[in-house]
Ligand binder design. Structure first.
Ligand code: ACO
Length: 325
């Protein structure tokens, strides 16, 4: 029997030009390159220019993904943007991206799951394509987290950066085997009880201000390792595969210690983990597609390989996608 599956036919990314190193941050807040490197693995982050909006980053990443797919924007009939830092409260940043790509038809909307946003957006777009409700989707993770940081709070401001990553998904008919290209299985979860461990203390309905990131770092760390290992196991199990079958794991890039601890829990070698947190920092919803695009561009991730994407973020939210590239 023929089944529809969503195949990644292009990846792209965009990083703002301005790079801020740990030493530059240490000149502004009471921190040091040594502390940031030892606790997080972060060495630098990109910061958007004043006139660069999340939709600008997203549109640039989308254009790069379309170029790799050798497609015109007109081939796209669905745009899903994952972001926690939209241009405006409304309309959806995805509609700004649609306009910037010169598109006037199709569907464009945002998905909000903070650092897990890209996995959630990919899952939603995959469902549209497998149901025949769209043929080609742009799934974008884009953030300007620098705009919601308290630059006097050294516990959070050193951790994040700005950027965008995108993939083009195309619905293709296949036999449904795990050897066929496409998204094999995705699993996503939320648990609102953990709101207070990671949130922004503002919003249109509560304070009428944008607010700043607040985080209980140690608690987030503990939950991240447990939830990520569990959802990776669940996703692999649903496909009848094991961690040792993976060619690559592309984790949300929050902290090198979370990446190492999760890989260890899964029994995966460090040589199978794509790491960009050292040069991107935590770019929230952009981190997974940025890391994916980098590893595809440098030839590490190749067509036919088995790749697992995973992320965890505020809410809490968490999820994983297993993909035959
Ligand atoms: N520079 C220097 N010192 C600092 C800094 C800093 N930037 N930030 C905190 N400190 C100090 C603290 O004040 C504290 O000092 P004290 O002992 O005198 O009170 C000390 O360092 C230890 O602080 P902790 O918060 O306990 O440090 P911890 O070892 O937990 O590391 C960190 C903090 C890096 C945030 C860690 O908890 C972590 O990685 N958590 C995961 C959370 C995360 O990555 N979140 C990202 C978003 S969520 C997500 O994407 C999954």
């Amino acid at each position: 029997m023929s089944v529809l599956r969503s195949v990644i036919v292009g990846c792209g990314s965009y990083l703002p030009a301005r790079i801020v190193t740990n030493d530059e941050l240490a000149a502004q807040v009471d921190t040091s390159d040594q502390w940031i490197t030892e606790r997080t693995g972060i060495k630098m982050r990109h910061i958007a220019a004043d006139n660069e909006l999340t939709s600008d980053l997203a549109a640039a990443a989308a254009k790069a993904a379309l170029a790799q797919a050798k497609l015109e924007a007109a081939a796209i009939d669905l745009i899903v943007v994952a972001t926690a830092t939209p241009d405006q409260t409304f309309p959806a940043t995805a509609t700004r991206v649609q306009e910037k790509l010169g598109l006037t038809r199709g569907v464009a909307f945002d998905v909000q799951a903070v650092c897990s946003g890209f996995i959630f957006a990919l899952t939603v777009a995959d469902n549209f394509l497998r149901l025949g409700q769209a043929n080609r989707a742009l799934v974008i993770g884009a953030e300007t987290f620098s705009r919601i940081l308290d630059w006097e709070d050294r516990g959070t401001c050193v951790l994040f950066g700005d950027g965008a990553g995108a993939v083009v998904l195309e619905a293709r008919a296949g036999h449904g085997s795990t050897d066929d290209r496409g998204i094999l299985v995705s699993r996503i979860h939320s648990d609102g009880r953990y709101h207070d461990l990671l949130y922004v203390d503002g919003g249109p309905s509560s304070t009428q201000t944008t607010g700043h990131v607040k985080m209980e770092g140690k608690e987030v760390f503990r939950h991240a390792v447990t939830n990520l290992a569990a959802v990776v196991g669940e996703t692999l199990g649903a496909a009848g595969l094991k961690a040792t079958d993976l060619d690559w794991i592309v984790p949300h890039q929050a902290n090198k210690r979370i990446l190492d601890a999760t890989a260890k829990k899964l029994g995966l070698g460090a040589d199978k983990v794509i790491v960009t947190v050292d040069h991107h920092a935590n770019t929230s919803a952009a981190s997974v597609p940025l890391a994916l695009a980098e590893a595809v561009a440098d030839g590490r991730i190749q067509v036919g390989q088995l790749v697992l994407l995973e992320a965890m973020g505020g809410g809490f939210t968490w999820g994983a996608s297993l993909i035959r590239m």
